[in-house]
Design a protein around this ligand. Structure first.
Ligand SMILES: Cc1cc2nc3c(=O)[nH]c(=O)nc-3n(C[C@H](O)[C@H](O)[C@H](O)COP(=O)(O)OP(=O)(O)OC[C@H]3O[C@@H](n4cnc5c(N)ncnc54)[C@H](O)[C@@H]3O)c2cc1C
Length: 301
């Protein structure tokens, strides 16, 4: 607690937006979670670097929040500091059909920008909530596309506070994974390389993919998208359905009736409800089929 207060004083001194006891449910798409002791929203990479240096020097724990579309926060909240990337929101067209953007830029905004510039390559990302930083961290993807296919490089700050730029080849981008899930760096921005395209075709593809999402996914409920990674040779949703878990509930959390791969906040669920239901699904599916389901959603702490 003392160290969080020292961080608050320091962050205020460098002009960073700071709030105490921030309700995290307002920042995550599952709409669950208690308050964070300290919520920081730096506006540029220099502020980020200064905060990380301070945290490193003073052994203060810090967790990073993007769009909150792939995380759960415990009901008791976060005893420490959260850094939100929402203030890193610049977007810029570079020569050669490339786009540079801050980590806090929403994927929807990036896709709309690419459409406006008649640049193709990001259509797959239309409809994936969250930010550029979260998408690089997760190597987000859908409908045969993923971040790896269009990422040129990413900018990050190391846990010691050093700014670096790494080419995409160095990021170990794989199915819903990247080097950032291990190295503790804060992604501050990224450059995407796209190709010239027909605006009408890009728009049509985006519309078609959005229609497919609306038809299949329970978008009317708070969720974090697919709860589990796709196990090799299987589909998580099909396994869950096969085990009779469609509609299964713990408290206000429910396995979606529309798409069994989604756990939803059906009715004022708590984080504990969601976490218990996730565990129940994992145990049942493993017992009945022998297939382990790895949770894609991460607990922010
Ligand atoms: C309705 C719905 C549909 C979805 N569909 C898809 C889909 O089709 N494909 C798909 O891949 N995902 C999908 N998702 C999941 C989610 O949108 C993606 O995983 C997204 O990339 C997460 O980005 P975010 O900014 O919300 O990250 P957050 O949820 O905020 O964070 C996720 C993780 O990334 C870390 N992180 C975030 N930003 C940074 C940063 N700048 N630096 C370092 N670490 C960071 C966080 O600490 C956390 O561990 C869906 C979610 C919902 C709710």
């Amino acid at each position: 607690m003392e160290s969080t207060e020292a961080l608050l004083t320091y962050a205020q001194s460098i002009g960073c937006v700071c709030r105490q006891n921030e309700p995290m449910r307002d920042h995550i798409t599952f709409k669950v979670g208690g308050p964070a002791d300290l919520f920081l929203q730096p506006t540029d990479p220099d502020q980020c670097a200064a905060i990380l240096r301070f945290c490193h020097a003073n052994a203060v724990a810090l967790c990073v929040l993007g769009g909150g579309s792939n995380v759960i926060v415990h009901d008791f909240g976060i005893r420490g500091a959260v850094l939100s990337t929402a203030g890193l929101n610049d977007i810029e067209l570079l020569a050669g059909c490339r786009v540079r953007c801050g980590a806090g830029v929403k994927l929807s905004r990036l896709c709309a920008f690419a459409l406006e510039q008649s640049l193709t390559g990001l259509e797959f990302a239309w409809g994936i909530p969250g930010t550029v930083g979260g998408a690089v961290f997760m190597n987000a993807g859908a409908y045969d596309g993923c971040v790896k296919q269009v990422l040129e490089s990413s900018d990050h700050i190391t846990p010691e506070g050093e700014a670096e730029t790494w080419p995409a080849e160095k990021l170990k981008l794989g199915y819903r994974t990247s080097v950032y899930q291990k190295n503790g760096c804060l992604i501050t921005g990224a450059v995407f390389h796209l190709s010239p395209g027909s605006q009408q075709t890009i728009r049509d593809t985006m519309d078609e993919l959005m229609d497919r999402r609306r038809a299949k996914q329970p978008l009317e409920y708070p969720s974090a998208g697919s709860t589990f990674k796709r196990p090799e040779g299987h589909f998580a949703g099909a396994l869950i359905e096969q085990c009779g878990l469609k509609g299964a509930r713990v408290g206000g959390a429910q396995v979606s009736e529309k798409h069994a791969g989604f756990i939803i906040n059906a009715d004022h669920a708590t984080s504990s409800d969601l976490l218990m239901l996730i565990e129940k699904v994992q145990h049942t599916v493993f017992d009945q089929t022998g297939v382990p389901l790895e949770c894609e959603v991460r607990v922010l702490k």
